[in-house]
Structure formats: structure tokens, C-alpha cells
Design a protein. Structure first.
Length: 735
């Protein structure tokens, strides 16, 4: 018996020692593991959440805005790269949208400090034991961190870091700030992020206008954006919406009656509009806006082209434009319809064309960069990117404007219609050559008639009087033509536009753009004021700060008197018996003015015209220069008139007359001398004169200016032609 007790005691003692050993091992191991874990955790206790939700660097959708006839802004185009996101403040979000997010994603959001420990522990146990369907333990705060950092790795280390980041984030920001950031960053399908972009996309409205039912439908998407996509799976979205509404009732956010009304509400998703949006090609106008903003970002902030485009597509810019819906739609209607375009002649290929319409403050109201339907975004825009020789359209804006401004000529100043250079023994052709009315030269001609019929000889002689270098300076420094240049090297040869041929007849080396020409002619309808052409008025960044501002920069370049007299002269191009711009006359109710231009071999056809409300330029030609075959009437003013007729058909009570200087007076002049007519003059005509510069009264002597012949010029000097001496590549205008 005693032996048995001793044996039992020995066994118990051994078991006790073994248990104690195991216990001590476990304690020591636990201490070691705990210490290691504590050290590991301490790395994250004061971790910087790495998130500044007041300055989140994400991709945000930029919006191009237009203004309607009532002065109200409306959305013209959205620009975004891979993500469509528009930030909106929480006070613009309906309360039930906020409550729907809380009910669906984080019921204890208003009570925890960044982490819902109950859900987190249960989620961890469930992950190991698979007690039920997988359920997330992440709070709205934790989800926000994932949305911003883009880090959703399934690793313990990442989860621990996220937990402590969430705890620290809630120390720095209010619940309202966190919820605002969350609702602006959640992914909601179709490359759309944030509730504002989603409200626009799915329901075609601002987030502030969402109903309870629509709010629950949008929040339903966030759990599984593909499965709950209302475009693709509306029935799945409906089930999730009902679940969220029920959870909102349980949480006391809404009443049962509100829930039932929302559940019964029929939702109207804007799928058709979405399909049109994602497949829509940018208009010519939108392309021009993008290019202008890009260029200005590069010029003012030092961006390169790529980074500027990234700023435009993902910087959340708000771009307010000068777009005019009537003007742009009228342009597109005509240019997309071949029946409205110039008719084919001899079954030849039809050329390309471009047109821009501006207001007198430099606002580009509409433009098209090519004929036919536009089939791609950021296409080659011939209205802004193409530079071509302007032919005779250069005459009024340079030499004639300056000659009148300097009191060198007036309406009835006479010139001999004869070339500077006669045919010599070497066979050098006469220059300049005329092409009006099928003849090369006439007798003598007034300035007014020379402008009306586009006489080259009078233009060249007037340019000689003004000084071609002065014309060059005016065009480049006052009217800001970007490609009219002093020295241009092409294939080893040096060319210059600072010469008499380029400045008098438009035979430029590179050329001018359609927009530049429309802007230049605006000074004749704007009292001598030039404004920089522009497609936007202001650009704001994502924070609402001004990034780019109005650059119209109005500058007086001519006196009002000169501009008004030029206006009257250019009206005769449209109204005159032999006016080259007669086809532009779409109405007799509105005063019209303008000028045609054609380069040699009919390679570039131009018309620049203006009304009391608009200035517009048309160019017709091929991208690779070749002869344009056309019949009658002359295509550019015809096309100009067709577009203007369409524009004015939508305008009630248009302005019909120009606002001109009161210093203009209409008088009779002698058609033989160009002086103010007297009773002894056998033939007279009417002309417009400045009251301070009225010519002498005619005594019926013969006094027209007769500067014919070659003069004292070295015609081998390239300075007169703009190219190397004897160069045969110079292109001269034919009207």
C-alpha cells in the first residue's frame, strides 16, 4: 500500500514537472513572440497614414464649358484619361446618399476611431475557419486609404499597416472630411470614380439632385462594380439597392414609408447617352480648345507637351470657352454636307477646306478644320495648324491700311495699272501680273477699284510707297502673324518675307492660318482694335484657383478713322459691279465686307469677310499643294456666304450696319483726276473720305499718279521677291 502511494506520488511529480516545463516553455515562447510582435506592431503605432485628403493627388475629369444665349453655363465636353472623376464637396451630397454609404459599407462609422475591431476580429477568424461567407472587415476609413494608395495586397503586413494608418487618419481628420474623400474616390464602374461622376453618368444629373432610390442604386455599385453595374446587370443592382434601403431602415436613417417609396421608384439609367459619350469624337472646336490650353500651359508654366496633356486630361480643370452653339453647328452642317460644298468640275478630286468665325473681341465662336464628317479626336486642324500663302487677302491688312493711316492714299487716289518690270531681253516676265476680268493691265485705276477687283500692280506700288519693311513690321508686331518671318532657310536657300513681293501680293514662304486671318480682319469692323484670337476665357484648376486667364489683350493698331474707311472700301468687294467677293452676298439686309485671295496655279483659295457681328475666314486647298479645279462662282466667298446665311437664319433682330467713325463723309469725285468733283467734271463717282483729309477740288487737270515702268530697282536683288535671285519657286497671287 505504501509502495503504491509512493509510486503514484512519483508519477504525479513527473507529470507536474513535465507540465511545468511545457508551461515555462510556452510562457517563454509567448514572451519572445509577444516581444517580437510588440516590436513589430510598434513600427506602425505612430505610422504616418500617407494620405493628405485635403490634397489628394488623383486623376480628375476636366470639363469644357460653354455659355448659352441666356448666359447660363453648360457642359460641352468631359476630358479624362483612364478615370472619370469629379470632386464635389460633401455639403453638395444628399444626406441620404451619405447614410446609404454608411449603412452599406460601415454601419459603425460614426462611432469607431478608424477600425471596427468587432468586424476585424470576426473577419480574421472567418478567414481561417470559414464560418460563413467571406465578409470584409474594412471600415470606410480603411477603404479610403486603399482607394488613395491603390494598395490592396492580401498580406498581414499590409493589413496591420492599414489598421494603424486608419487609426492615425481619424486623429487628423473629421468624420465628414473622411466620408467626403471616400465618396469622391470610390470606384463606381465604367471607368467612373466618385459619386458626382456616377450621378452624371448613370442618371444624367448633378449629385445634389439624386433621389433616395438613385442614391442607394449608386452606392450599390461599389461592392462589386461589374456585378452591380446598372447598365449591364440592372437586376443585380436592384437587389443590392433594396438591401441598402433595408439597412438604412434598421439603422434609423429612413422610415419604412420612405424605404417603400424608394423601392417602388422606377429608375431611368442614361445608357444611350453613355454610349454616345464614350464613342463621341471631339469636335473641331474641342480639339482647338485642348491645343490652345496645352500650348498656353507650356508657355506659361514650362510644361512639355506630354505633361500639359496629362494636366488637361486628369487635372480636374474647368475650362470656360467662347463657344457659340449656333455658329459651330452651322459650320458643321455646311462642311459635312457635300451638296453644300463646291461642285466637282471635270470629275476632279474635291479639295479640303477650313473656316473660323470670330467675334470682335477675339473670341473664336466656331471653327472647322476640314470638310466631311470628322472621324477622330485631335485631328489635323486646318483652321489652326495649317499655314498657307494668303494671296491678295494680305493687301488690305498691310499695305492699304498703312497707306491710308499715313495719309498716302485715299479712296480715289489714281495709279497707273502697269507693271514695275517689263519683259526684258532675258525673258524675265512682267511683274506684277494682274488676273482680274481676264486682262493683265488696264490704264489708270483708283485705290477703291484696285481693291474691288484685286489689282496687283496698284498693290505693289502702294507697298513701295509705304515701305515693305513697314508692312512686315505691322503684320508681325501688331497683328502677330506667327509664321511671317525675316529669314527662313529651306534646302540651303535663304528666303525672307520682308520683301516687296510677299508684302504686296502675299507670296509668303510659310504662310498664315485661317484663325490668324479672321482675327486680323476684325480690326476693320472693330474701330482699329486688334484682339488676340482665343477659344477660352478662363481655366481653373481642381482647387478653383485661376490657372489661365483672358488673353484677348485688345490693342489699338489703326485709328478708328482708318479702320472705318477700310471698312467702306472692303464693302465694295462684295457690292461692287466687278467685286471679287460678290458671291459672299447672302443678304442685302446686312452690310458685308471682305477680300478674296488666290495664289498661282489656283493652289490656295481664300476669302476673309466680316459682318457687323462676325469676322470669318475661309481657305480651300489640298494638304499637298496642287491645282484646284473649280467653276463659277468663286468657291471661297460662296462657301462663306452659305455658312453665314445658315448662322443668321437662327438670329432674331441681327445687327445690320457697322459702327463707323463719324469723321467719314461721302462725296463725289472726278473719275479722271480722283479729286473732289467740281461742276466742270464731265464724269463723277461717289467715294468716302475722312473729313480731315478731303482731297483738293478738281480743276479738271490730269493728276493721277503714274508710277509705271521698272523704276530704279535692281530686280535681280532677292529682297524684292523674298527668295534667292532668279528663284523659280516663288508663288505669286493671281488675283
Amino acid at each position: 500500500m505504501a509502495h503504491t502511494k509512493a509510486k503514484k506520488h512519483t508519477v504525479l511529480h513527473a507529470v507536474g514537472r513535465a507540465f511545468l516545463t511545457v508551461f515555462l516553455i510556452l510562457v517563454i515562447t509567448g514572451c519572445i513572440v509577444g516581444t517580437v510582435f510588440a516590436i513589430y506592431i510598434l513600427q506602425y503605432v505612430n505610422i504616418d497614414p500617407g494620405v493628405d485628403i485635403r490634397n489628394i493627388k488623383l486623376n480628375y475629369t476636366s470639363i469644357i464649358w460653354a455659355t448659352d444665349a441666356n448666359g447660363e453655363n453648360y457642359e460641352l465636353k468631359r476630358l479624362h484619361s483612364e478615370e472619370n472623376r469629379i470632386w464635389v464637396d460633401i455639403d453638395q451630397m444628399p444626406d441620404y446618399l451619405q447614410k446609404a454609404a454608411i449603412a452599406a459599407e460601415d454601419k459603425r462609422f460614426e462611432y469607431h476611431h478608424g477600425v471596427d475591431w468587432k468586424r476585424t476580429i470576426y473577419s480574421a477568424i472567418n478567414e481561417v475557419l470559414h464560418l460563413s461567407k467571406r465578409q470584409g472587415g474594412s471600415t470606410i476609413t480603411q477603404q479610403l486609404i486603399k482607394n488613395i494608395t491603390k494598395n490592396d495586397e492580401v498580406r498581414v503586413e499590409r493589413k496591420i499597416k492599414e489598421i494603424f494608418s486608419a487609426l492615425n487618419l481619424e486623429k487628423e481628420y473629421t468624420k465628414s472630411e473622411i466620408l467626403e474623400a471616400y465618396l469622391n474616390t470610390i470606384h463606381l464602374g465604367n471607368n467612373t470614380n466618385g459619386v458626382q461622376a456616377a450621378a452624371n453618368l448613370y442618371f444624367g444629373k448633378d449629385v445634389s439632385e439624386l433621389t433616395l432610390a438613385e442614391s442607394a442604386s449608386i452606392i450599390a455599385i461599389t461592392q462589386y462594380p461589374v456585378y452591380y453595374n446598372p447598365f449591364s446587370y440592372p437586376e443585380n443592382n436592384k437587389k443590392r439597392q433594396l438591401y441598402i434601403l433595408d439597412e438604412m431602415v434598421k439603422a434609423g436613417f429612413i422610415s419604412q414609408e420612405e424605404r417603400d417609396a424608394a423601392a417602388a421608384e422606377e429608375l431611368h439609367f442614361q445608357k444611350q447617352q453613355y454610349n454616345e459619350t464614350i464613342t463621341a469624337t471631339n469636335s473641331w472646336y474641342v480639339d482647338a480648345v485642348i491645343e490652345e490650353v496645352k500650348d498656353d500651359l507650356c508657355a506659361q508654366y514650362g510644361y512639355n507637351s506630354r505633361s500639359a496633356m496629362q494636366k488637361i486630361l486628369s487635372g480636374g480643370l474647368q475650362i470656360y470657352t467662347t463657344y457659340d452653339k449656333n455658329v459651330q453647328e452651322s459650320l458643321e452642317k455646311i462642311f459635312e454636307n457635300d451638296d453644300e460644298y463646291i461642285p466637282k468640275v471635270y470629275n476632279k478630286e474635291q479639295p479640303q477646306a477650313a473656316m473660323a468665325v470670330l467675334g470682335y473681341d477675339g473670341s473664336i465662336l466656331g471653327l472647322v478644320g476640314g470638310r466631311g464628317t470628322k472621324d477622330g479626336s485631335r485631328s489635323y486642324n486646318r483652321a489652326t495648324m495649317s499655314f498657307r500663302s494668303p494671296g491678295s487677302t494680305i493687301k488690305p491688312i498691310g499695305l492699304y491700311a498703312l497707306a491710308i493711316d499715313q495719309n498716302l492714299v485715299n479712296w480715289s487716289t489714281y495709279f497707273e495699272d502697269a507693271p514695275f518690270l517689263d519683259l526684258d531681253d532675258d525673258g524675265v516676265p512682267e511683274w506684277p501680273v494682274n488676273y482680274y476680268s481676264g486682262q493683265r493691265y488696264g490704264s489708270h485705276m483708283t485705290v477703291q477699284k484696285a481693291i474691288e477687283v484685286s489689282c496687283n500692280t496698284v498693290a505693289a506700288k502702294t507697298c513701295q510707297m509705304v515701305g515693305y519693311n513697314n508692312v512686315f513690321d505691322f503684320l508681325t508686331q501688331k497683328l502677330h502673324f506667327s509664321q511671317i518671318q525675316e529669314n527662313i532657310v529651306i534646302n540651303g536657300k535663304v528666303f525672307t518675307d520682308n520683301a516687296i513681293a510677299p508684302m504686296s501680293t502675299g507670296s509668303l514662304t510659310k504662310g498664315v492660318s485661317v484663325v490668324e486671318m479672321a482675327a486680323a480682319y476684325a480690326m476693320f469692323g472693330n474701330g482699329g482694335i486688334y484682339c488676340t484670337p482665343h477659344t477660352y476665357t478662363v481655366v481653373y484648376d481642381a482647387s478653383g484657383d485661376t490657372l489661365l486667364s483672358d488673353k484677348s489683350n485688345p490693342q489699338r493698331v489703326l485709328s478708328q478713322d482708318t479702320a472705318s474707311l477700310m471698312n467702306k472700301l472692303l464693302q465694295t468687294v462684295v457690292t461692287g459691279t466687278n467685286g471679287s467677293g460678290k458671291p459672299a452676298r447672302f443678304t442685302r439686309e446686312i452690310e458685308l465686307a471682305g477680300k478674296t485671295g488666290t495664289t498661282s496655279s489656283n493652289k490656295d483659295l481664300w476669302y476673309v469677310g466680316f459682318t457687323p457681328e462676325y469676322t470669318a475666314a475661309v481657305w480651300i486647298g489640298f494638304d499637298e499643294q496642287k491645282v484646284i479645279h473649280y467653276g463659277s462662282p468663286y468657291p471661297p466667298p460662296t462657301l462663306w456666304g452659305t455658312v453665314m446665311k445658315e448662322i443668321y437664319s437662327h438670329i432674331d433682330n441681327p445687327k445690320t450696319t457697322f459702327s463707323l467713325s463719324k469723321n467719314l463723309v461721302e462725296l463725289d469725285y472726278c473719275t479722271e483726276t480722283g479729286l473732289i468733283a467740281s461742276s466742270s467734271c464731265p464724269s463723277t463717282a461717289k467715294g468716302w473720305y475722312l473729313t480731315s483729309r478731303i482731297p483738293e477740288t478738281c480743276d479738271h487737270g490730269f493728276s493721277w499718279w503714274g508710277g509705271g515702268g521698272s523704276g530704279n530697282f535692281n530686280w535681280d536683288d532677292p529682297i524684292y521677291w523674298g527668295g534667292s535671285a532668279g528663284d523659280s519657286s516663288i508663288s505669286f497671287p493671281i488675283d
